[in-house]
Design a binder for this molecule. Structure first.
Ligand SMILES: Cc1cc2nc3c(=O)[nH]c(=O)nc-3n(C[C@H](O)[C@H](O)[C@H](O)COP(=O)(O)O)c2cc1C
Length: 371
């Protein structure tokens, strides 16, 4: 096994229209630092620019319509002010020569009417999602009509166009972790009896339609998609293995002719038949992230690309605490640990104040933000 410093992680990679200098991708992470009206702030530009050593920067989940907003202080891409806010972010990242994609995340039923501000919560079926904290309890959850479905597709298209106008190199569709697109894929959240529910093929249809429409609008080589087959998070339960294989095979079969820029796969077993079969069916390069149960570390990342199981690796939590993570991993430098308490609290603390490697070694070793 090669060591991290000689790993293929440090070789360039083409993903559709963009070229990555290395194969580490900043994993999309909601940090809730936007203004109350969803406009990205200068602090966000600083945060993303600090992480421009990644081969590709993918933003936190961004709502493509007001109904799709999942969290207070989550940023959106639905009006001119938000578009201008993002333009400052993309310029700051591009100043380092690094490509940046916006992750479009419609929360579907994983929200509540107060957060969306529209009085409604849209989902494939009228099945409310209640997490164990009660935060998302959405009594108003309604099943999308066929007119709603057409509007949802259009909202993704409009947001993708805004993303391009804001300077993004492309967009990533969030079809993972229990949000709207996965709610259509998962039998637990999709009880529809029309052309968008029932069989694996019909549950995959909405996601295929969204991806095709967005690809038509901005080019398939600027569109990626993130999936988490069988992850069973946030109520999008996919408990039957055969059904998982059939549903995601139908999805990637449907997307094959689009030739998307990449598939971003969340799965603990990247070498499994499921993951590698889906990779082959999709025909697109694959970014892997092994999920929440183990924090991605440098050995795991190097092994994933050096064994050929993945073309690139998405890194989440380690990148929160180490803005210059790729350089640290390449130079075999020590790392700081992220402070979970400040993941979503707003402001610079635990966001832009983690040290870079030329800070004094004491602060690196302390494993906490350098203030
Ligand atoms: C604070 C936080 C916010 C996250 N928000 C998102 C998100 O908006 N979209 C997404 O696809 N994944 C999100 N994730 C999942 C990460 O992208 C990643 O898959 C997960 O953290 C596991 O990878 P890691 O072990 O490298 O952290 C989030 C994770 C964390 C820790």
């Amino acid at each position: 096994m090669s060591t991290p410093t000689t790993s293929r992680l440090w070789q360039p990679l083409g993903l559709g229209a963009v070229k990555l200098e290395n194969r580490l991708v900043l994993s999309p992470m909601t940090r809730r630092r936007a203004a109350a009206n969803g406009t990205p702030t200068p602090l966000m530009a600083e945060y993303y620019a600090q992480r421009a050593g990644f081969g590709l920067v993918v933003t936190e989940g961004v709502y493509p319509s007001r109904e799709g907003r999942g969290y207070p202080n989550q940023p959106g891409l639905v009006d001119d002010e938000q578009e201008h806010g993002w333009a400052a972010v993309t310029a700051a990242v591009h100043a380092h020569g690094t490509p940046i994609f916006a992750q479009l995340m419609h929360a579907g039923r994983v929200t509540n009417p107060e957060v969306t501000g529209t009085g409604t919560v849209l989902a494939p079926s009228a099945i409310p999602f209640e997490d164990h904290h009660g935060h998302h309890s959405a009594q108003g959850t309604t099943a999308a009509t066929s007119q709603d479905i057409a509007q949802l597709v259009q909202a993704h298209v409009e947001a993708a166009r805004r993303a391009r106008r804001a300077g993004f190199d492309g967009i990533e569709l969030h079809a993972a972790n229990g949000y709207l697109l996965q709610q259509f894929l998962a039998p637990a959240s999709n009880h529809r009896t029309d052309g968008y529910g029932g069989t694996p093929h019909r549950r995959a249809r909405f996601v295929v339609e969204v991806a095709e429409a967005v690809a038509d609008a901005i080019g398939a080589d600027r569109v990626g998609i993130r999936v988490s087959p069988g992850a069973n998070v946030q109520g999008a339960l996919e408990l039957d293995e055969q059904d998982v294989s059939a549903t995601y095979a139908a999805l990637f079969d449907g997307l094959r002719q689009c030739s998307l820029a990449y598939v971003s796969m969340i799965h603990a077993e990247a070498g499994s038949a499921l993951v590698q079969d889906l990779r082959r069916i999709s025909g697109s390069p694959m970014i892997v992230n092994t999920g929440f149960s183990a924090v991605t570390d440098r050995k795991t990342a190097a092994d994933l690309v050096d064994t050929g199981q993945a073309d690139a690796v998405a890194v989440g939590r380690a990148a929160i605490a180490n803005p210059d993570l790729p350089r640290r991993w390449q130079a075999d430098r020590p790392e700081a640990s992220p402070d979970q308490a400040t993941f979503y609290t707003g402001g610079a603390t635990g966001y832009t104040d983690y040290p870079i490697d030329d800070a004094p070694q004491e602060s690196l070793a302390a494993g906490r933000p350098h203030r």
